[in-house]
Ligand binder design. Structure first.
Ligand code: FAD
Ligand code: SIN
Length: 500
């Protein structure tokens, strides 16, 4: 062995000093993710103790800012909890937990009220009542919205609250790596921040890391949706369930940017949008549940392109155009940039991966199978969605469970825990070529229509990536394998899991 040089001793001392310099009191609670679930959880948990809110990119990230349609809740005089419960159960192919469906639906109006108190401004009718839209699978108009930018408007208000909260510290550009587990209890989390691995001992971790759309070659989800929280939970030994139920949204704009497709909200069909095939003929019921519609479009695409359009009645044409522009300003602008006028031109559409109905298994208190580990939002499997989510029930689920998390946490103790840097090792985070490969395998073999052979083939191909040194590859592969495994276990079609 070569003896250490004076220079290398000095370098080691400097490294040690820089690691030791970083030592601050640990937070009581760590929330991972800053979508609707993370932002609301941080606000609610801050009533119990100090909160560190960690997010891998900017505070505004994840699927939340992209949500267009809105939030479902029973608010009109003609609507009733029972109707929303039955619509949710029916969309979920009765694989849902009726207890959870009832719980969430009944808490809906309260959750909406809380968002309004936090400063969210939803669209109103002239009489100041909330404007209620219609989406597929709903038997009543019950979608509360803010034009076609509902998620961004919610997020903007919540970010303002979180930023000004004295009990919440925000760490952006910080990646959650793995949980620290001792005796089946969560004791903290390891993070990657400024190229350093940091150990944060804490009393509670709440995973709010969103969905997994990025495992597919075609998705509405942003680049952040790589299923990290689910991969982290799996590595820690937490229960993960219903991963085979990937919802494909029927009407994404055909043109993709990387693997992401711009969404054409279901609310457009709620306003009279129809679907036609390459011969200009209607071929399905436009407001059927998403699994039914996605399959119908998928079959129709074997013969040619499918389009979203409006029926051309001359007398209403101009009025309708103005109405659509006002109701869907962001969609209208996006399409115009791409050469299409909503309401005038047939717009090519395609079904793409949109939402994960399963995830980390939790109970009504958002507790996972690991003590002091909680999960909320799209990464959690509460039992609300069953085998297929009803439109606009996702923001609702996140809002209900996140705004209650403070009350469900264990008693916070006084501690002297300190945050520590444990290594300066540079983790390679991405590997685009392999990620593309995973996305293609999943799209080809684990997409809208699945076969046993295809699932087995995908499973064996994906296995070689599960210990990859890139974090993103490792997480994507872990989640993709879980989807394949659970899909293989479910031999018959159910909800959005379709076997041929
Ligand atoms: P997200 O909003 O996805 O947030 C996840 C957060 O976790 C992000 O901040 C991300 O950066 C962070 N994160 C992830 N991994 C890590 C890590 N390792 N370390 C640190 N941070 C991490 N639902 C509805 O109910 N109504 C709608 O109208 C609607 N429209 C939609 C439109 C689109 C285009 C999409 C994609 C989804 C839509 N959905 C809708 C679904 C809904 O938006 C999402 O399910 C919901 O926003 C998820 O919220 P979340 O807080 O759980 O996760
Ligand atoms: C949409 O606007 O169509 C999306 C709604 C949802 O995903 O719930």
């Amino acid at each position: 062995m070569t003896p250490p040089t004076l220079l290398s001793i000095a370098a080691q001392k400097m490294k040690k000093r820089s690691l030791q310099n970083f030592s601050q009191k640990s937070p009581d609670i760590v929330v991972i993710g800053s979508g609707i679930a993370g932002l609301l959880s941080a606000l609610s948990a801050s009533e119990k103790g100090s909160v560190l809110l960690v997010t891998k990119k900017k505070l505004s990230s994840g699927s939340t800012p992209y949500a267009q349609g809105g939030i479902a809740a029973v608010l009109s005089g003609t609507d009733h909890f029972e109707k929303h419960i039955e619509d949710t159960m029916k969309a979920g192919a009765f694989h849902n937990s009726r207890e959870v469906v009832k719980y969430v639906v009944q808490k809906g109006p309260q959750a909406i009220q809380k968002l309004i108190e936090f400063g969210v401004k939803f669209d109103q009718e002239k009489n100041k009542n909330l404007a209620l839209g219609l989406e597929g699978g709903h038997s009543e108009n019950r979608i509360i919205h803010a034009k076609d930018a509902t998620g961004r408007i919610i997020e903007k208000a919540l970010i303002a609250k979180v930023r000004s909260h004295k009990n919440i510290t925000i760490w952006e550009n910080t990646l959650a790596l793995d949980l620290i587990i001792e005796k089946k209890t969560c004791k903290g989390i390891k993070l990657l921040r400024n190229k350093k691995i940091i150990k944060v001992p804490t009393q509670v971790v709440v995973l709010c890391t969103g969905g997994t759309g990025q495992v597919f070659a075609h998705t509405t989800n942003p680049t952040e949706s790589t299923g990290d929280g689910i991969a982290i939970a799996l590595r820690a030994g937490a229960g993960v369930r219903d991963m085979e139920f990937i919802q494909f949204h029927p009407t994404a704009f055909f043109k993709k940017e990387n693997n992401r497709h711009f969404l054409l909200s279901e609310a457009i069909r709620g306003e009279g949008g129809i679907l036609i095939n390459h011969e200009g003929k209607r071929f399905t019921k436009e407001l059927a549940a998403r699994d039914i519609l996605s399959r119908a479009i998928y079959e129709e695409q074997k013969h040619g392109k499918v389009f979203l359009t409006f029926e051309n009645t001359k007398s209403t044409k101009r009025k309708k155009l103005l109405e659509l522009k006002k109701r869907f300003p962001e969609i209208f602008t996006h399409l115009k940039k791409n050469g299409y006028i909503l309401g005038k031109n047939p717009i090519p559409i395609t079904p793409v991966a949109h939402y994960l109905c399963g995830g980390i298994e939790v109970n009504l208190r958002s507790e996972t199978s690991i003590k002091n580990l909680f999960a909320i939002g799209e990464c959690a499997r509460t039992g609300l969605h069953g085998a297929n989510r009803l439109a606009s029930n996702s923001l609702l689920e996140a809002a209900v469970f996140a705004s209650e998390i403070g009350g469900n946490l264990p008693k916070i103790q006084q501690t002297n825990f300190k945050i520590k840097e444990i290594s300066e090792k540079n983790i390679s985070n991405t590997h685009q070529k392999i990620i593309k490969k995973i996305q293609e395998i999943m799209w080809q073999e684990v997409g809208i229509i699945r076969t046993k052979n295809g699932l087995q083939k995908a499973f064996s191909q994906l296995n070689k990536f599960k210990n990859h040194k890139s974090r993103e590859v490792k997480n994507l592969a872990t989640v993709a394998i879980a989807i394949c495994k659970q899909a293989l276990q479910r031999k018959k079609s159910l909800g959005c899991h379709t076997m041929k």
